[in-house]
Design a protein around this ligand. Structure first.
Ligand code: PRX
Length: 659
């Protein structure tokens, strides 16, 4: 197999990717890994052949591994495509698979969840304990008049109750929507207005980087400004007591979590749901407008997540699985909560900052709990690399057997550092490509795959992708093009909440019949895929998706701003950060004065942070008297981005689009 990578055009805003374009190393699987793998290379070849010859039969076999209340009439109903229905006619509940069925097996008293708080406090729950906690919460929700189809919004730090709340909502057929604890009251309010939840579950606060961050006040501020429709639906705000802070509680509406569940029985029936019944809504940024509520349904999602977790992380009964994602992101949903629990694995959840109180915290977590699989993001790897190898070297890390990354392209340097200093050159690094919308891993190596640092390798069996040009024709190997998914897949999003038309338009119209991922990639001569970044106006700041439109709207709400444009620029640690180009209102002091005092930049940066939350990282504000526009009056962000990254605009024309 040749590993020589032909050069291709670099995408905009991707500084670290230069090295990706000339990466030539390959890493062959170690004999021990192959010997221990659940899927050896021969099994993988069989699975691929099976998926090609009988694609539906292949996914049906994956579904047979789970428990159903009623089996499907059809594996896939595509009569209303792109509104595909997987396992049509089946009845199920993902919580039955994640909890109930384990209670009948040897997993009953196995650890389901290990939780470590930032101050060092810990909690451990067996499957049976988690099951009982979930039942109590499910009964409490039911007693509050919340049931099937109602939305439950969860605005929480990573706590055991976050997991419990998600599972309790799903158990009764309610639809959870977890909103990251770092979002602002405004971001939360927008999501409350769209999801119109019957209950909000939150905490008084949490620990982050040695500080107490309060949370309940954000919920109060968001609810105070939410729409009348949303206010009319909201029945309860349930508050987990995590920190010692004064917390205002509104009579009749607010209740402490411990009071809410206290007298509830620890058995509760699990709702039997249509396979297409929505499990959760997760908001994510797109090219335009406000974040979209991505909807996933019980049946297909549970099959896709269960199968892919087992393939990629090759689970063993003794695993301690640490996915460092916050449960509020899709990675947390699929591979902190649902995937590991369906598999009967022990999942680890850490509350705090990975560098608190010192840079070795992550490695001490691995060592103390004997983590076997570590799944994280390139941003964290780059952050930890900065502190050198002495931190990991002080820990044994000998329990690790597999490493994984997700969320943004990983540079070969970060990949090899992770492989060498954390995996001690023994553990394969599995770079998994997927999205909030896909729900499950789509393109990823398996432990037995030949690896090339920086490549996500090949699609998983049963998943069909391609790299195509504007007209949908496959691009020659080595050239950049749009990443499309050519067949539906079980864990796919089912719609956008409140906006099915946008679902059709955003994902299925660009290349009719195929799903448009919004990413740019290239394929090398071995068929290996290299993700180059987003094709649209979405930034990946520390792996978090932030739409430029969203950030621009937040900035434009500052009274001094007449007009603004945001572009993503490369950042050594975060991968990408925002740069703002701002035109001020005429009545503002001259730009020259502002540049000297630096006052307004900080003002604007702080304003955006207040509006959206700390995920909105603006590194620089540049004041302009006007912004470049095309003849239709559209701001030419491409030009601004090219200026900011020192690329020539000509180079960008093949890859960037104004979709
Ligand atoms: O651009 C791709 C990037 O993250 C986007 C999806 O973001 P989100 O929905 O927030 O989900 C992140 C976690 C699944 C993709 O469109 N991305 C995801 N994984 C990778 C990646 N870019 C490069 N390599 C990856 N492994």
């Amino acid at each position: 197999m040749s590993a020589k990578q032909p050069l291709c055009t670099a995408p905009e805003g991707s500084g670290t990717l230069d090295t990706l374009l000339c990466e030539e190393r390959v890493f062959r699987p170690m004999p021990r890994i192959v010997a221990e793998a659940n899927m050896n290379p021969q099994d993988v070849a069989i699975a691929r052949a099976r998926a090609e010859s009988d694609w539906l039969g292949f996914w049906e076999e994956a579904a047979e591994e789970l428990s159903w209340f009623r089996k499907w009439d059809a594996v896939l109903d595509d009569s209303a495509a792109p509104f595909y229905r997987w396992f049509a006619g089946a009845r199920c509940n993902i919580v039955y698979n994640a909890l109930d069925r384990h209670i009948e097996t040897a997993n009953k008293n196995k650890l389901a969840l290990i939780w470590e708080g930032e101050p060092g406090d810990t909690r451990k729950l067996t499957y049976y304990e988690l099951y009982r906690e979930v039942n109590k919460a499910a009964n409490a929700l039911r007693a509050a008049g919340i049931g099937k189809g109602d939305r439950v919004l969860i605005h929480m730090p990573p706590l055991p109750e976050t997991v419990i709340a998600m599972l309790a909502a799903a158990k009764i057929g309610a639809v959870h929507s977890v909103v990251f604890g770092g979002f602002s009251a405004r971001s939360l309010r927008d999501r409350i207005n769209d999801a119109t939840p019957a209950a909000i579950i939150t905490a008084d606060g949490f620990y982050r980087n040695g500080r107490v961050i309060t949370l309940k006040g954000t919920v109060d501020a968001a609810v105070a400004k939410c729409s009348g429709a949303a206010a009319a639906v909201l029945k309860k705000v349930v508050v987990v007591h995590r920190v010692l802070v004064e917390t205002a509680m509104k009579e009749d509406r607010d209740v402490w979590y411990h009071d809410f569940v206290r007298d509830q029985p620890d058995e509760a029936f699990t709702e039997s749901l249509d396979a297409a019944h929505p499990l959760f809504i997760l908001y994510t940024s797109g090219t335009t407008g406000a974040p979209k509520g991505i909807v996933h349904a019980h049946g297909g999602y549970m099959v896709g997540v269960n199968r892919t977790l087992d393939w990629v992380f090759d689970l063993k009964p003794t695993d301690i699985f640490w996915c460092t994602a916050d449960p509020a992101w899709i990675t947390g949903h699929s591979y902190v909560v649902y995937g590991p629990l369906m598999a009967g694995t022990t999942t680890l959840l850490y509350e705090g900052h990975p560098l608190y109180p010192e840079a070795g915290r992550a490695w001490s977590v691995v060592q103390r709990w004997g983590v076997t699989v570590l799944y994280t993001v390139p941003t964290l790897i780059r952050m930890l690399m900065r502190f050198g190898r002495q931190n990991p070297d002080r820990h044994t890390l000998g329990t690790l057997r597999l490493l994984g990354t997700v969320g943004e392209p990983i540079s070969p340097e970060a990949w090899t550092w992770f492989h060498k200093h954390i995996g001690r050159s023994r553990c394969p690094v599995l770079d998994t490509w997927w999205q909030t919308e896909t729900g499950m891993f789509m393109i990823s190596p398996l432990p037995v795959s030949l690896l090339k640092p920086g490549s996500v390798t090949r699609p998983l069996p049963g998943v069909e992708v391609d790299v195509v040009d504007e007209s949908g024709a496959p691009v020659p190997h080595g050239q950049g093009g749009y990443l499309v998914i050519k067949k539906p897949w079980p864990a796919m999003l089912t719609t956008i909440f409140n906006d099915p038309e946008a679902y059709r338009r955003l994902y299925w119209e660009r290349f009719p019949g195929w799903y448009f991922s919004g990413d740019v990639a290239r394929k090398d001569e071995d068929g290996y895929l290299w993700i180059q970044g987003r094709a649209d106006d979405v930034m990946l700041i520390a792996g978090h998706r932030i739409g430029t439109a969203e950030l621009e709207a937040a900035l434009a709400s500052h009274p001094a701003v007449a007009e603004c444009a945001i572009v993503g620029v490369p950042d050594e640690i975060r991968g990408e950060v925002a740069k703002a180009f701002v035109v001020l209102h005429d009545d503002q002091p001259p730009v020259a004065t502002m540049m000297m005092t630096g006052e307004t930049d900080q003002d604007l940066i702080e304003h955006a942070r207040r509006e959206l939350g700390p995920v909105a990282v603006i590194r620089e504000v540049e004041f302009r008297s006007a912004l470049p526009k095309n003849k239709n009056g559209k701001i030419m962000r491409r030009l601004l981005r090219a200026e900011s990254t020192g690329q020539s605009t000509g180079d960008l024309s093949t890859l960037s689009t104004d979709i």
